[in-house]
Design a protein around this ligand. Structure first.
Ligand SMILES: *Cc1c(COP(=O)(O)O)cnc(C)c1O
Length: 469
């Protein structure tokens, strides 16, 4: 097979190879890159996976997507190093919850949320490619909590990147802030903006929109629309199917706590490659635009409501565009029109026959804060296990919407309970302790700049820092 290239969901950007897609993030037509074809995993591959480690399976699953951009040995070494940072050898352990419900723990990486699975790999791939090119980038990102910490941890001490993360001052949890601000590497710069997450996000967008700044400073992003992040997330769908389905084509189902749709779209990719997945449950909190869409075919942007599961407090799920592209027969012009209408009118519908393409495998469920807290309490009483609020949304949705009790239902556990200690303690009466490698997090010195909610000031701070470094 010829190396895979990547096409934009809006059909009007150049087709690129993996390394260019990695560094570009968004396509120049505003679309998202997707592989020009989905490679397939044979039944024989699943049988071989049964005796392999997570990193070995990961190398096999991802290789067709990167072939042509990197040497096989270098890629295998990068994958190995990325997953060696996890606290368990299994990388993603699977826990039996009884009644054929299972928990896949995606949170054993350095910052305790599933974003580490993608970013530990992507940070290393960035570094490898930039070193090869002899280039250096300025990574600028806004975070409402989990992404900033995972990006900092992935890029700290790398000579190829200068990293600026903007967070809303006083509006991220103490654990989340300290995971960012206690990293004292010289290439990491935390800016606490005296505004909201949206203000931070708007400033990042404005920096990217400034051609002169973007080009002179070689700006780059590691946000969730980057194809390489989706690619890394396909792997655990495969490993769960290998462990629970026995590899021989027996199906498994997944319930996925969903925000930007990157995680569950990775499941779709794994399914297209031949992983036997019979059901996806898209689990949402009160911000249920995706439940609306999957049940009616229409989505309308509303206000964002703060909930106990803040990483899912989102209205527009960027990665949904990739699934829309697939159910529209990969017609980029149709998607460009659809997204333009969504942006101008705040609402969009797909036809019944398009939606019908999702009917066999896709379900959605909405779980409010009261149900989330009740799920944490019930699971703690039943098994003594503490769930973080995002995982609890996934488990409650799985119990509501499971189609077939004879199929293993895997709930993706996206964060460690200690990352959201207040919500977990309020629901269960127990405060979850931080794991050993972060036990002294509250004793470590912090370093960050507080900055007025003013674009020129923030930009000036970034420029002055770059000029010194
Ligand atoms: C980012 C995040 C999510 C949402 O994942 P998406 O890929 O954006 O759908 C869910 N739970 C946690 C803990 C997260 O950090």
């Amino acid at each position: 097979m010829a190396p895979i290239t990547y096409v934009s969901t809006r059909g009007a950007a150049p087709e690129l190879g993996f390394a260019d897609v990695l560094l570009a993030g968004l396509a120049i037509d505003g679309g998202l890159y997707v592989p020009s074809q989905w490679p397939s995993l044979t039944v024989g591959a699943f049988e071989r996976f049964e005796s392999m480690s997570y990193a070995e399976i990961a190398t096999e699953v991802m290789w067709p997507f990167v072939e042509g951009s990197i040497e096989r040995d270098a890629f295998a070494a990068i994958v190995h190093d990325a997953y060696a940072t996890f606290a368990t050898d299994e990388v993603v352990p699977i826990v039996d919850l009884g009644d054929n419900f299972w928990l896949a723990e995606l949170f054993h990486g350095p910052t305790l949320a599933f974003k580490d699975i993608a970013l530990q790999l992507v940070g290393r791939l960035f570094d490898h490619e930039l070193t090869r090119r002899g280039e250096k980038v300025t990574v600028v990102g806004a975070t409402s909590g989990d992404t900033g910490g995972a990006a900092i941890e992935a890029l700290r001490d790398r000579p190829t990147a200068e990293v600026f993360i903007l967070h809303p001052a006083g509006r991220v949890s103490d654990v989340q802030r300290r995971q960012m601000t206690t990293v004292l590497s010289p290439n990491v710069h935390n800016i606490a903006v005296q505004g909201t997450f949206d203000d931070c996000q708007d400033m990042v967008k404005a920096l990217f929109a400034d051609d002169q700044f973007r080009e002179s400073r070689n700006l780059s992003a590691v946000n969730s629309i980057n194809w390489a992040r989706v690619m890394a997330q396909m792997v655990y769908y495969v490993t769960c199917a290998v462990r629970l389905g026995g590899g021989a084509g027996r199906p498994v189902a997944f319930s996925v706590p969903t925000g930007n749709f990157g995680n569950v779209f990775a499941g779709y990719g794994a399914q297209r490659m031949g992983t036997p997945i019979s059901q996806f449950i898209v689990a949402s909190n009160r911000n249920d635009i995706l439940t609306q869409f999957l049940t009616t075919g229409t989505m309308t942007i509303g206000e964002v409501h703060p909930t106990l599961s803040p990483s899912m407090d989102i209205q527009v799920s960027s990665n949904l565009e990739r699934l829309l592209f697939e159910i529209h027969g990969r017609d980029g012009a149709a998607i460009a029109e659809l997204m333009a209408r969504f942006r101008s009118e705040g609402t969009v519908s797909v036809s019944g026959d398009r939606l019908e393409l999702l009917a066999d495998h896709w379900s959605a469920a909405r779980v409010d804060d009261a149900q989330t807290a009740a799920t944490i309490a019930t699971e703690f009483e039943r098994s003594g296990m503490l769930l973080d609020p995002h995982t609890a949304v996934g488990l409650a949705a799985a119990r509501q919407a499971r189609a077939d009790a004879s199929v293993p239902m895997v709930v993706l556990s996206t964060a460690h309970p200690a990352k959201f200690p207040d919500a977990v303690e309020a629901a269960s009466g127990v405060r979850p302790p931080l794991p050993e490698h972060l036990a002294d997090l509250f004793d470590r010195p912090e370093h960050f700049e507080v900055c007025a909610n003013d674009f020129a000031t923030v930009r000036g701070l970034i420029e002055a820092t770059l000029d010194k470094s």
